[in-house]
Design a binder for this molecule. Sequence first.
Ligand code: C2O
Ligand code: CU
Length: 569
Amino acid sequence: MIAPRVRLAALVLALALAGTGAATSQEHAGHQMGVDSTGVGWRMPPQPRPSPMMLPGLMGTFPDLTAFLPGADLDPTTLPDAVFREIVEMSDGDTLRLEAGFVRRTIGNRTFTMYGFNGQYPGPMIRVPQRSEIVVLFTNHIDLPTAVHWHGLRLDNQYDGVPGVTQDPVEPGESFLYRVRFPDAGLYWYHPHHREDIQQDLGLYGNMLVDSPDPDYLGPVNAEDFLMLDDLLIDDAGLFPYGREGAVQTLMGRFGNQLLVNGEPRWEVTLPRGEVRRLYLTNVANSRTFNLVLKGAELKLVGADVSKFERERVVENVVLAPAQRYIVDVRFGTPGTYALTNSIQAIDHFRGEFYSSVDTLGLVTVLETPGAIDYSAEFATLRENTDVIEDIDRFRSEFGRPVDRELELTVRAGALPSSMVAVMALDTLYFPPVEWNDAMPMMNYLATSKNLTWILRDTQTGLENRDIEWKFTEGDVVKLRIHNQRRSFHPMQHPMHFHGQRFLVIEMDGIPVDNLAWKDTAVIPVGSTFDLLMEASNPGRWMAHCHIAEHLEAGMSMVFTVDPANGEP
Ligand code: C2O
Ligand code: CU
């Protein structure tokens, strides 16, 4: 680690360079703050904590895209007030009408024009039995084209909801019929797959819970809570604008300064002493990775994206990258108040130091009176899930196979403002394996999908992003090696998601993983190499990408095909 003083000195030098650079607003004079017809313009992004110095070279420089806020021209008083999500229990063959539209949202004591599925925040929670199939009649009432992706499901390829890969975008006013099937028990979610940086951020997301027919699939608990974790970027003028032609904040992704649980600033619950709650956690943020802590409570990690773990395990905290899910059982043994926090080591690039930052996401009040049913004994038992172990046993002989495909994660800068390049060149020294906060919002917002490209590179062919088209056959077991380059212009962790299949993270930096679970999203820290074993079980043409919404917009996606085993097209 570099001594803070040295780093500070380097940064002062960088600032001096930036200050003398010719890069100012003239560079983007044509964009004149990108003001559009609705009067939305660029402004300085909010700072995470007061900085000791400004970046003179960056002042007055604006992103090379038009500032955009959906619904800026609508009268908010004419919009429906969003209501808290409902839980929709569905059976095989049922139909759900799902509409994306504008809503008026109240967060704290401020109101915003946002989006909602069926006027709700989050979208309806769809609860279905395993191996069922439902029909979703989707209608788009927002102002942008869209499509709904059913994240993590091994569903029929044509209903995967990816414009340009599995369907045409659903234009405003149009509809699309999805048939959604649920082969695996677990926790999933749905969200748009077009300009997620805007649409998902403005509230278009919902959970799906697939129940196993086995009543003992998971241990008994007193109650369940579904927590969708998110953040939103707000300043005195309202929601911070997005880019109209593409995404801004593509360097680090869009970090919000208002954390949200199920769309609200705080989750609160009161319960009797000794209760065991099952938390179904989903990270729906554009870029933020959460480190969840529930101090004083006992936590047991039960399940991940697409399956339970082989063995339940007591944990202190849960790290959840965008799109990931975890199922965690929690026991509250003594009366009192427990805080659910996001507890991170934030980095301050100006001071060249880490500082600890704790945000309260929820408060759990535990009463003196004990609950009616006591599941303490069941909670204390760490279950070994033989169903998961036996399922994975079929693949263990493949763990040592040679690597079939290899990806390298990196970034390429285009026409960035030169003042920004000067600062960035030195700033590369400071990057931790995981970025927990946006410590340089000025530079981040100047990076756009136009001037920065995030790259998935196939190291065997040299092909990048959408030039890659891997071919597999149904039934193939594929070993993928993913390396996140440390020596790039701006290294950052990437939550990599593969559509329509399931995989195991079998090795991290050469160390075998000892407690496996099936996943669809794995976060690769800076400098790390992960080996994934993917079961190519579901035919079709699928996308794989980084789930940081702004990285996806900045190019970080590829396509792979799984041909049916019977050889039919
Ligand atoms: Cu959650 Cu390609 O998506
Ligand atoms: Cu990424």
